[in-house]
Design a protein around this ligand. Structure first.
Ligand SMILES: NC(=O)c1ccc[n+]([C@@H]2O[C@H](COP(=O)([O-])OP(=O)(O)OC[C@H]3O[C@@H](n4cnc5c(N)ncnc54)[C@H](O)[C@@H]3O)[C@@H](O)[C@H]2O)c1
Length: 410
């Protein structure tokens, strides 16, 4: 019997590549995929990742060699955001399907490049929007589609990153617009994608603020990195890499090769992304959204409410908080005109992103019915990035930005 498994190359062996698309993919979906190549510009990180993944796939440091020598069917892209396009386009041109980590990319020109290559090649780009697969997201989408609150008119959506997770973006390459497009693109791509999916229309205009209030040049003192820092004993953001064997193994020695340290100072003066962001978005179906993203909170999670002509749906979901919480989330569906409230309990499920990572891999590798359109392609990847690009442009210019004036996305 011939082996039907998809032969895949893993590009980028940082945390996400090594765990989600390395260890975990092979643990759960070995019947669907075979890892045939590992590629990272940092050879030592790739070697360490290969050991963690438990593979004997050959290692490459260049996408061209990876594709030429191993001829994969599928390429999974886990590099930094700003070079996703180079890897995606090379993979499509070599006749491979692609799964790319979010954000799909960081600029309008790069979006167009990817979409044109996808059309030329006839291959498929999947974008890893795992939050669509969280049980609460599924339930919210189902409720909205059923017309539970009449016509949707506005959405309140606020996302909170805590002082561990939020700070992590300021320790690394994400802290520069050039690499990540800012958190309006890098992080909010998840949130803007959820909005686009829930609202079922395209974003049209964006008006935003983005300020750097807590990290970067706003810091009270600074060093270059936490390891050996003179401020270590009293800095709230001190990260002891040696206390985390996973991070230490994957990043510390490999940093000698490329200077990519995992614990760079969050107060570096050249950080150029906002840490405190708000945006108002208007959609083609006249729905308006009030959105915010904060990166130094004592909690992690989000609050979302959908307001309609016949009621309101509300969810407050905590991912980390300094108190006990039940093993479920609660969605409130409140009907107008004395219609009362329905309290829908949604049990937590195990695994990353409330089990969304597993469900997304099942959808991609095992197929099955996609009743609510959860599987996301390059258009969804593009639309959420465009919202982020528009938000950053608006925050910088003080003007309202029309998305269809940003340029042709192919
Ligand atoms: N979907 C999610 O929930 C989720 C969660 C975390 C990260 N991500 C995404 O995954 C991607 C990787 O994130 P990470 O935290 O693992 O980053 P990371 O910095 O830890 O790892 C990136 C790796 O890519 C390598 N690399 C950079 N340029 C390369 C190139 N041209 N060719 C080959 N290798 C290259 C780097 O050496 C590094 O090892 C990012 O796009 C991020 O947004 C998604």
């Amino acid at each position: 019997m011939t082996d039907q498994r998809q032969r895949f190359a893993l590009i980028g062996t940082g945390n996400r590549g090594t765990t989600m698309w390395g260890q975990n993919l092979l643990e759960g979906w070995r019947d669907s995929v075979e890892l045939v190549a590992i590629c990272d510009t940092n050879e030592l990180r790739a070697e360490r990742a290969r050991t963690m993944i438990g593979s004997n796939a050959p290692i490459f440091t260049d996408i061209g060699m990876t594709l030429n020598q191993t001829k994969p069917d599928l390429v999974i892209v886990c590099t930094r955001d700003s070079n996703h396009d180079d890897i995606i386009v090379a993979a499509l041109e070599a006749g491979c399907d692609v799964i790319t980590e979010k954000p799909m990319t960081t600029s309008v020109d790069k979006i167009r490049r990817i979409r044109e290559a996808e059309k030329r090649s006839g291959k498929r780009v999947d974008v890893s929007f795992n939050y669509r697969f969280a049980p609460t997201a599924y339930k919210l989408k189902e409720l909205l589609a059923s017309g539970a609150i009449g016509t949707l008119t506005s959405v309140d959506f606020h996302w909170y990153l805590d002082t561990n997770h939020g700070a992590d973006y300021f320790r690394r390459w994400h802290a520069y617009v050039e690499n990540s497009g800012s958190l309006f693109v890098h992080k909010a791509t998840h949130h803007f994608d959820l909005l686009n999916w829930y609202i079922d229309a395209d974003p049209q205009t964006v008006s935003a603020f983005g300020e750097l209030r807590n990290y970067g040049a706003k810091g009270p003192y600074r060093g270059t990195r936490c390891k050996g820092c003179e401020h270590a004993s009293y800095c709230d953001f001190y990260l002891d890499l040696s206390a985390d064997p996973f991070l230490e193994t994957l990043y510390e020695d490999p940093s000698d090769l490329d200077g990519y340290v995992r614990d760079a100072c969050v107060y570096r003066e050249d950080i150029d992304i906002p840490d405190t962001m708000t945006a108002n978005i208007r959609y083609t179906n006249d729905v308006v959204v009030s959105y915010s993203l904060n990166t130094y909170m004592p909690i992690e999670g989000h609050h979302i409410a959908f307001n309609g002509t016949k009621g309101r749906i509300e969810l407050r979901q905590f991912e980390k908080q300094p108190w006990e919480r039940p093993n479920h989330d609660e969605i409130l569906v409140v009907k107008s005109f004395g219609g009362g409230v329905e309290r829908i309990k949604v049990p937590h499920s195990a695994g990353g992103h409330f089990g969304g990572d597993d469900r997304m891999r099942n959808m991609i590798f095992r197929g099955g019915e996609d009743k609510l359109g959860q599987r996301a392609g390059s258009r969804a990847g593009a639309m959420s990035v465009l919202t982020g690009i528009a938000a950053l442009q608006s925050a910088r210019s003080g003007t309202t930005v029309r998305i269809n004036e940003l340029g042709d996305i192919g």
